[in-house]
Write a protein that binds this ligand. Structure first.
Ligand code: HEM
Length: 208
């Protein structure tokens, strides 16, 4: 028997592909900017080009982020991001145990996908943290670095520019780690390609 549910509307698929491409551009150019001018650094892109690509990708990413937030606020997709307090930790631990042990013992997924539940508890918390905590900080600090005149000069004696830079780099790093873990966990559907197929055709599919 097969179970086929339409869970990824067109707008989220378009947003996701744009977001993923921009993110890769930002990571590549961001690394080039961070290590520019350092001794022995291998440069794959000219500094001025890295700046230009980073800024343009960041501005488009900001626009696409606004669409993501509005889209989730006004469409059914937003309900998949709502975190319930009850059983929060027990469910998170159950999912963690599945990823750590259960799946190697061929156990069944503890939180199978259905119309009401698109994400398992670990996916949900990581998406909420990445999209509603990490991304806003990344974007706000990025704009602070683009327009340094809007920044507070000194904060408890430390340069506002330095704090913004450290925050921007750290969140960028954390979101890059998120991206690696995210792509790995996306291979843990029924088959390694199941979730990637869903992101392309919109349907979550499972076969007995
Ligand atoms: C090479 C890059 C990427 C690949 C291959 C990829 C792959 C996927 C796949 C297969 C899914 C569907 C599975 C699921 O619903 O969990 C998904 C969903 C998702 N991804 Fe990615 N992703 C990438 C980059 C990113 C980045 C950079 C972000 C955010 C910073 C992101 C955020 C999300 C979110 C929020 C969802 C859930 C969307 C929804 O259905 O509401 N992804 N991704």
């Amino acid at each position: 028997m097969s179970n086929r549910i339409y869970l990824y509307p067109v707008w989220i698929r378009i947003w996701h592909i744009i977001n993923a491409i921009l993110f890769l551009v930002l990571i590549f150019t961001g690394i080039a900017l961070r290590f520019a001018g350092q001794e022995n650094a291998v440069s794959l892109i000219r500094f001025d080009q890295a700046v230009a690509w980073h800024n343009v990708a960041a501005i488009i990413l900001t626009a696409s982020y606004v669409i993501f937030v509005i889209g989730n606020a006004i469409s059914r997709n937003g309900r998949y991001y709502r975190i319930k307090k009850e059983n929060f930790w027990t469910e998170l631990i159950a999912q963690f145990k599945f990823y750590a042990f259960g799946m190697f013992r061929k156990e069944k997924h503890p939180f199978p996908v259905n119309e009401e539940r698109k994400f398992n508890p670990l996916q949900k918390i990581s998406y909420v943290l990445a999209m509603y905590a990490g991304m806003p900080v990344l974007i706000i600090t990025g704009f602070g670095l683009l327009f340094p005149e809007i920044l507070i000069q000194q904060f408890f004696g430390i340069s506002g520019l330095l704090i913004t830079d450290v925050l921007h780099f750290s969140i960028g790093f954390i979101l890059s780690v998120f991206l690696i873990v995210h792509v790995y966990t996306c291979t843990l559907g029924q088959k390694p390609g199941t979730l990637f197929k869903s992101m392309m055709n919109g349907y979550h599919e499972e076969h007995d």
